[in-house]
Design a protein around this ligand. Structure first.
Ligand SMILES: [Zn+2]
Ligand SMILES: [Zn+2]
Length: 151
């Protein structure tokens, strides 16, 4: 079994209620997607790339899972990799996104809200994204500055 497959097949727990999530196969265009559902709070875990397949909107899913900045405003811990998570929002819909593996935690009903947003032609807030891109850039250049200093 490949490492990646092992990583994805590991049993994971709900970041809110700590019960094991249940795998569920979802029919989409192309290879089916396996999502992880919480039987208690009906939240839902999506690994990197799965949001795009479910919502069928690259712009919206990129908006939520790319250029995340460096702050972690979410109190949740990523169920997949244990990394810090940040809150990203599409207007009033706020989702938790892992800064490390870029998986997404959706609370009950949020997937439908995102689908509705996509249908309404979600555009996103370029200003907000520019700020987060800048944070990432600043962090990277700080790192290389220290590298130069040390090396
Ligand atoms: Zn739960
Ligand atoms: Zn993660």
């Amino acid at each position: 079994m490949s490492l990646k497959k092992k990583f994805l097949e590991k049993k994971i727990e709900c970041p809110r209620c700590y019960v094991p999530l249940k795998r569920k196969e979802v029919d989409v265009f192309g290879p089916n997607v396996f999502i992880d559902l919480c039987p208690k709070c009906h939240g839902l875990w999506l690994d990197r790339g799965e949001l795009e397949k479910l919502v069928k909107d690259k712009k919206l899913s990129d908006y939520l899972t790319k250029d995340l900045g460096t702050q972690s405003k979410s109190k949740l811990v990523c169920p997949r990799c244990g990394g810090l998570m940040d809150i990203e929002s599409a207007d009033e819909v706020e989702v938790d996104v892992c800064l490390t593996c870029h998986g997404v935690w959706l609370d009950r009903g949020e997937l439908d809200e995102l689908k509705r947003k996509s249908k309404d032609g979600f555009k996103g807030d370029d200003m907000e994204k520019a700020v987060e891109r800048w944070e990432e850039y600043a962090k990277k250049s700080r790192k290389s500055f220290f590298k130069r200093l040390m090396g």
